[in-house]
Design a protein around this ligand. Structure first.
Ligand code: SAH
Length: 194
């Protein structure tokens, strides 16, 4: 089985209900759902698409911005050497940590902070997943992306964003490709949507 098939298999096996407090009965509906504090758990089909686009690999390190419920974090954890995840809302940060610890995910490092600045002490990262909408690509994230690295990030205004795949070539040149159109909650901080 190739990595894509393994990711799909894991995704279909993982119960989204485990990452919800309310709306558990709606966990199988392919829509974002509220997780409190004005935030949402992402739509499952989009989590799968973005994970396949990111192409995590078991020997690579992944940075995630926007831990939220920890649903995307769990999938990244399974297919990364280590996951470094940053969340700015303390209650969500605490809950996700307890939840993912309880589920047995052991290669995750958690940080309560503004993720637009990245996580310098552990940089560079082979993969960067941003699950909130940025007005611009935060320069710290491009800086902290490893050579041959890939970043998936929604960029645009509050009424919708382009889903970008950002890659860094061996010579350090950055390439940006539009992969789709999405609607995420805003990335709060220096690069928030207006
Ligand atoms: N992947 C998550 C998505 C959660 S929604 C899931 O499926 O559950 C986006 C999350 O990004 C929210 O929890 C929000 O609080 C967080 N967020 C917004 N701006 C942020 C920032 N600057 N740094 C870190 N997290 C941020």
């Amino acid at each position: 089985m190739n990595t894509n098939d393994k990711i799909k298999k894991y995704f279909y096996k993982l119960d989204r209900r485990l990452f919800l407090d309310a709306y558990k009965e709606s966990s199988e509906i392919d829509l974002p759902l509220p997780i409190g504090y004005g935030q949402t758990i992402s739509q499952p089909s989009l989590v799968l698409d973005m994970t396949l686009m990111l192409m995590p690999e078991p020997h690579l390190r992944t940075l995630e911005i926007g831990t939220g419920s920890g649903y995307q974090t769990a999938i990244l954890s399974e297919f990364s050497k280590e996951v470094f995840t940053i969340e700015r809302i303390s209650q969500l940060y605490e809950k996700a940590k307890i939840r993912l610890d309880g589920l047995g995910y052991q290669n995750i490092y958690y940080k309560l902070d503004d993720g637009t600045m990245g996580w310098k002490s552990f940089a560079p990262f082979d993969r960067i997943m941003v699950t909130a909408a940025a007005r611009f690509i935060p320069p710290a994230l491009t800086d902290q992306l490893a050579v041959n690295g890939r970043m998936v990030i929604p960029v645009g205004g509050s009424s919708g964003q382009e889903l970008l795949l950002v890659t860094k070539a061996a010579d350090g040149v950055i390439n940006t490709e539009i992969k789709g159109y999405v609607q995420f909650v805003p990335l709060i901080g220096k690069y928030e949507t207006p």
